[in-house]
Design a protein around this ligand. Structure first.
Ligand SMILES: [Zn+2]
Length: 87
């Protein structure tokens, strides 16, 4: 899966937990060219990103079915880090 390979190129140091509570989780993911994207997951487990790819592919798909590389990187990050106490 090409997307997964690209996602793995995003180093964990480029992922910054921003906000978390019972309903929403937000992380800032820095892309390969330095741009920052807001990746979020709502209470229903639906992921969103504000990058161009998500805008192009996400809107025409069933909600939550498209995952860009930033979202995949964020999910990878969460598997290795407990961010339940982000202020
Ligand atoms: Zn994205």
């Amino acid at each position: 899966m090409q997307q997964l390979a690209r996602a793995n190129l995003i180093n964990e140091t480029n992922i910054l937990p921003k906000y978390v509570d019972e309903e929403i989780l937000q992380l800032i993911v820095t892309g390969s060219t330095g741009e920052k994207y807001l990746v979020s997951c709502n209470e229903y487990g639906i992921w969103r990103c504000d990058c161009k790819n998500f805008e192009i592919h996400g809107v025409n798909e069933e909600t939550g079915s498209y995952l860009c590389k930033h979202v995949i990187a964020a999910i990878n990050f969460l598997q290795n880090h407990d961010i339940s106490r982000v202020d």
